[in-house]
Design a protein around this ligand. Structure first.
Ligand SMILES: *[C@@H]1O[C@H](CO)[C@@H](O)[C@H](O)[C@H]1NC(C)=O
Ligand SMILES: *[C@@H]1O[C@H](CO)[C@@H](O)[C@H](O)[C@H]1NC(C)=O
Ligand SMILES: *[C@@H]1O[C@H](CO)[C@@H](O)[C@H](O)[C@H]1NC(C)=O
Ligand SMILES: [Zn+2]
Length: 474
């Protein structure tokens, strides 16, 4: 239990750091740092880019990322950590990759959380009877069988809770209705609200879903209990219901809810999957592309993170099919158990810590695979100049933007925080958090053309970084 708490705290830390800001690379500075020869070398990859783009956008691979993703998510649906479905989906990805005649595949086992949602019902009893749409949060404990019936206290933020008198919170259900700003800022109200409310004597906590938009859709997600608090049931309610209750209470009326929830928790063994397209000159040096294969238990996990999984699967596959073997190895990783706190990534980092010098660059797509716009990059200035120069090759698809981000991605933050340069896919994902962790995360969110652009972009970037004469400096 402990390790998971630590993990979740670390994510929160990363998310709060990732207040990304777009920079316009000072082109003179970069020009000086890189020198004419390297700039010429990078621009010479226009031919490879054209070859990959033709194959993926117009040729044999056109529509394939979408088709394979659809086959996968339609077959398995949601793939929660610790389930047999997740393990079967991992086996399927291995077979799919072997069918491409890529056989450098290993899996690495680790222990993962296995939290199973049972019945969940939240009913407003006063001032009128109404059923609320609800999703319990990860690791939430059950209510007693008869449920918990109590009056509601609604607070906007932690400061308001801390300033409340303990007797006003004791025995109550606390609802948090933070104003959604960014996911990174607002998601602490999902991950910590049970602990904070319990410390003040609350009997359950609910959170207004961490989302900018809603059609009565609750958004689940991870949370963890602090060490010394009573573990109270906790769930997400919809923006609509949270706002309704807020209005009722602001009018001076009393709201009474009944919460009935059940769940179970244990641990199971799962696997990270590692696929290598070995480099021709320096196979020990790695350029990693990645996405996570697990998902929440609602929806299909098509967007989070089926899209990232499949563009990362596509990179070695496309290179293999085009017989493009770069100098360094292109490694594709399918992370397990991301949703419960980057569990697979922590295990990988620990297991491979002694060979971390071999990671030349690490990439992840876990914030949508809508139209690619560029990369969010962690690294020193020289590293960012090299990536910015590579991104100039993607003007025809408008994917030239470099966002400076000290903690890009989700899983890979575990690696980049050790000083290894890396990037996440910067994409046109304004609607990402509409669907995130909901029953609406299905194939309908995905677009065939955008996935083709994503695969073409991801593959070309990985190839160039894996093939250029210089390592990405740290
Ligand atoms: C609430 O849901 C229950 C089933 O869980 C149903 O029996 C009841 O009629 C619903 N109440 C309202 C007011 O819709
Ligand atoms: C929990 O309580 C124990 C024993 O009282 C104490 O040593 C520990 O520091 C507490 N942990 C937290 C996170 O407050
Ligand atoms: C790139 O952006 C321009 C200007 O906004 C637009 O006309 C063009 O269609 C875009 N190209 C792609 C491939 O999206
Ligand atoms: Zn994800």
């Amino acid at each position: 239990m402990n390790i998971y708490n630590i993990c979740v705290l670390k994510i929160l830390f990363f998310l709060s750091l990732s207040q990304a800001n777009v920079i316009k690379q000072e082109s003179d500075t970069c020009q000086q740092i890189l020198g004419d020869e390297l700039i010429r070398e990078i621009s010479s990859y226009g031919n490879v880019r054209d070859e990959i783009f033709r194959y993926v956008l117009e040729g044999e691979f056109k529509g394939k990322t979408y088709d394979e993703l659809a086959k996968f998510v339609d077959k398995f649906g949601a793939r929660p950590s610790g389930t047999e479905v997740l393990e079967n989906s991992i086996d399927y990805m291995i077979e799919l990759t072997r069918a491409e005649d890529i056989n450098d595949i290993v899996t690495e086992e680790l222990e993962v959380p296995h939290w199973t949602r049972g019945e969940e019902r939240v009913t407003m009893l006063q001032p009128r009877v109404k059923n609320l749409s609800v999703l319990g949060l990860g690791r939430s404990v059950s209510t007693p069988p008869e449920g918990i019936t109590a009056e509601v206290v609604i607070v906007t933020d932690f400061a308001e809770l801390e300033n409340s008198r303990e007797e006003d919170i004791k025995g109550k259900i606390v609802i948090f209705d933070p104003v959604y700003t960014t996911y990174g800022e607002t998601s602490v109200y999902r991950s910590q609200s049970a602990t904070r409310a319990s410390a003040k004597g609350a009997v359950a906590s609910l959170v207004r879903s961490i989302a900018p938009f809603s059609i009565d859709s609750p958004h689940t997600g991870s949370q963890s209990y602090g060490q010394n608090v009573t573990q109270i049931p906790t769930a997400a309610i919809t923006l609509e219901d949270a706002d309704l209750i807020r209005r009722i209470i602001n009018r001076g009326e009393k709201v009474i809810l009944k919460i009935e929830m059940s769940s179970s928790y244990d641990t199971k063994i799962s696997r990270n999957t590692i696929v290598d397209l070995k480099g021709r000159e320096n196979p020990d040096s790695l350029v990693i592309v990645s996405g996570h294969i697990d998902s929440w238990d609602v929806g299909q996990g098509a967007m989070d993170d089926g899209g990232g999984l499949f563009v990362s699967w596509a990179a070695p596959v496309i290179l293999k099919r085009l017989n493009l073997q770069p100098r360094r190895t292109v490694r594709s990783i399918f992370w397990t158990a991301e949703e419960f706190g980057l569990i697979g990534a922590y295990a990988y980092e620990e297991k491979h810590r002694d060979e971390n010098h071999n990671i030349n660059f690490i990439m992840e797509s876990d914030e949508g695979t809508f139209a690619p716009l560029g990369l969010a990059v962690a690294g020193n200035q020289e590293a960012r100049c090299i990536i910015a120069e590579i991104l100039k090759l993607f003007e025809s698809i408008n994917a030239t933007t470099l966002v400076e981000d000290d903690s890009p991605g989700s899983d890979i933050a575990v690696i980049t925080r050790t000083g290894i340069p890396g990037a996440s896919l910067h994409n046109d994902n304004e609607r990402y958090f509409w669907f995130h962790h909901t029953a609406g995360d299905t194939m309908n969110v995905e677009d065939e053309r955008e996935l083709d652009l994503g695969s073409a972009f991801w593959t070309t970037v990985a190839y160039i970084i894996a093939d250029i004469s210089v390592d990405i400096p740290r």
